[in-house]
Design a protein around this ligand. Structure first.
Ligand code: ZN
Length: 184
């Protein structure tokens, strides 16, 4: 059983069964990973409260004895030394950026550039307007695409995360309301 210790950004959490929590994390040392917080462990039931999207935390986790598909086992979580103050008006934008990492970043591949982008975003919210561009480029999407992926005519202004598609405002307005879009 190998133990790891790293800083992490919480991307998402899911409650599983009666007592467990699965957290999607973007970590400094392992890139995007899943960790499972078992509430049967006294110490992690407290840690589970740190597992909220957009939190910057420090985590200790171990490899499971078998079946790595369900992720690592969380042993402990704490606030990071840097606790960002997130202005309310940018929270929705930040959540869509977090969603982008959750959907599109490869698992178990550390990426120093994506990590330092998040450090910048969370410490200096004035960088948020250009962050979607930078993030998509770091994840391998070309934001200089010249035409909308649907109508092939207009200039793309949005990125449809689930479809990995750049679209214009007009085509974006035809999409279902729950489709998560980034301004680019
Ligand atoms: Zn279009």
């Amino acid at each position: 059983m190998t133990e790891f210790y790293t800083r992490a950004l919480v991307l998402d959490r899911e409650d599983v069964g009666e007592t467990d929590v699965i957290a999607h994390l973007f970590t400094e040392t392992h890139g995007k990973i899943l960790v499972r917080a078992k509430s049967s462990r006294k110490i992690t039931s407290k840690s589970a409260s740190y597992l909220q999207p957009l939190r910057f935390i420090q985590v200790r986790f171990v490899t499971p004895k078998k079946n790595t598909a369900t992720g690592y086992i969380l042993m402990d979580a704490l606030w990071d030394t840097v606790v960002p103050q997130i202005p309310t008006e940018v929270k929705a934008t930040l959540l869509s950026l977090v969603h982008t990492v959750r959907e599109l970043a490869p698992e178990n591949q550390p990426d120093k550039r994506v990590w330092s982008l998040w450090e910048t975003i969370l410490q200096q919210p004035q960088h948020i307007p250009s962050a979607a561009h930078v993030l998509l480029q770091l994840l391998g999407y070309y934001t200089d695409q010249v035409t909308c992926g649907v109508c092939k005519k207009n200039t793309p202004k949005r990125f449809v995360i689930r479809k990995e598609l750049f679209v214009c405002d007009s085509c974006a307005s035809q999409l279902p309301q729950d489709e998560i879009l980034l301004h680019v």
